[in-house]
Design a protein around this ligand. Structure first.
Ligand SMILES: Nc1ncnc2c1ncn2[C@@H]1O[C@H](COP(=O)(O)OP(=O)(O)OP(=O)(O)O)[C@@H](O)[C@H]1O
Ligand SMILES: [Mg+2]
Length: 369
């Protein structure tokens, strides 16, 4: 899939804008604050149903207006697809996939594969577990869109379970049994998918990190259960049995904590560099190259299915790297796909692009190429 056109109304800093994209490398060039990242964010929202920088869709509405509309038109050789997302200040949402209406942004997932590289990705290595979980879950959903509903249902059941734990008088045996069984039933496929994806990512991340850093540091990545388990069982029944025994052991602790203490919403991914936890020991540059490795490995993984060749969104990533790393990253990017790169300086990019959009004061002034 290649993006043909991006159209926005009252999205972040943009009043009204339309870009006709090239099927190769598109550069969004303009000064700090002009709205380059906002354009990448709009593509991300249309493809994945959520913003990489905001939890609430209402934040995306241009200040002083009451509703945004973002639309991406894409196609491969045969099938066109039109993805439109809109939300107003009251949180009322409208989604269109090829004109077909819906209310949930998650309905957008599965039509256009994108992988974004953002300056904030450093936090995958340095930040809290929720960032690594959402990184994994976004990848799980892109590789199997049916998982969008499973993850949403799981989050709903955990919320209900937590609410019930806070009101023990409501949480009698029957309610508890139903919620527990629902939670375990949904947790199993989430864990299976996350661990499968990590198995596939792991060797690629090590290779890409080494390629980018020009070194040979060893990288380890493993899934870590809520109680630090590095050896969770891998398949259906065994995994269900493991969760069930954990549930039984935690009955009293959960009643006391009034919260769900185990399950995919509390798990983490451990990243090791030279055998040590990268979260604590990686330098800024090492963390950055690991994060890029994770993103490019995701792109490779998704591209292994031809239908899912991802569009790359590169948010000013070259500026953060020294000269040799810039060159190495440029050499590592897939040559045959579509990309959107943003930068305030043309000179930061160590290669030619196919089309340049000059952004200036709320307008796309000029396109070259
Ligand atoms: N909801 C909103 N309504 C209007 N403007 C907004 C909204 N949200 C953010 N902005 C503005 O968008 C601008 C930031 O845009 P963006 O992050 O896309 O800039 P950029 O071109 O990527 O800059 P940089 O080169 O510094 O990364 C900021 O000036 C911010 O005030
Ligand atoms: Mg930016």
């Amino acid at each position: 899939m290649r993006i043909r056109r991006l159209s926005l109304q009252d999205f972040r800093s943009w009043h009204s804008v339309q870009l006709e994209a090239h099927s190769g490398a598109n550069l969004l060039l303009g000064p700090n604050g002009v709205g380059k990242s906002n354009l990448l964010e709009a593509i991300h929202v249309c493809a994945l149903g959520f913003s990489p920088r905001s939890r609430s869709e209402k934040d995306l509405v241009r200040w002083g207006t009451d509703r945004f509309v973002a639309r991406v038109e894409a196609s491969n050789d045969t099938d066109p697809v039109e993805l439109a997302a809109s939300c107003d200040l009251n949180g009322r949402k409208d989604v269109r996939v090829n004109g077909e209406p819906g209310r949930l942004f998650s309905k957008l997932v599965g039509h256009l594969t994108v992988v974004g590289l953002y300056p904030e990705d450093l936090q995958f290595v340095r930040g809290g577990p929720e960032l690594r979980r959402s990184f994994l879950d976004a990848l799980v959903c892109q590789s199997d869109p049916a998982m969008v509903d499973v993850l949403r249902d799981y989050a709903r059941v955990v919320k209900q379970r937590n609410a019930a734990l806070k009101e023990p008088e409501r949480f009698d045996g029957a309610v508890r049994e139903v919620l527990d069984q629902q939670m375990l039933r949904l947790a199993v496929p989430i864990l299976e998918h996350r661990m499968d994806i990590l198995d596939d990512l792991f060797p690629c991340v090590g290779r890409l990190h080494a390629e980018l850093s020009g070194g040979s540091e060893s990288v380890g990545i493993w899934y870590r259960g809520s109680y630090g388990e590095a050896d969770l069982p891998r398949r259906g029944q065994e995994l269900a049995d493991h969760l069930e025994s954990r549930r039984k052991r935690l009955v009293n602790a959960e009643s006391q904590a009034q919260s769900t203490l185990f399950g995919p919403h509390r798990d983490d991914v451990t990243i090791l560099l030279e055998g040590r936890p990268a979260r604590e020991t990686a330098s800024q540059g090492q963390a950055r190259s690991l994060a890029i490795g994770l993103r490019l490995a995701s792109a490779e993984l998704l591209a292994s299915d031809k239908k899912r060749q991802p569009v790359l969104l590169l948010d000013d990533v070259f500026a953060e790297l020294d000269g040799p790393r810039r060159k190495r990253l440029a050499a590592m990017l897939p040559r045959d796909g579509q990309s959107f790169l943003c930068s305030p300086h043309r000179a930061d990019l160590p290669f030619e692009v196919d089309r340049t959009f000059l952004l200036e004061a709320g307008q796309v002034r000029e396109t070259i190429g």
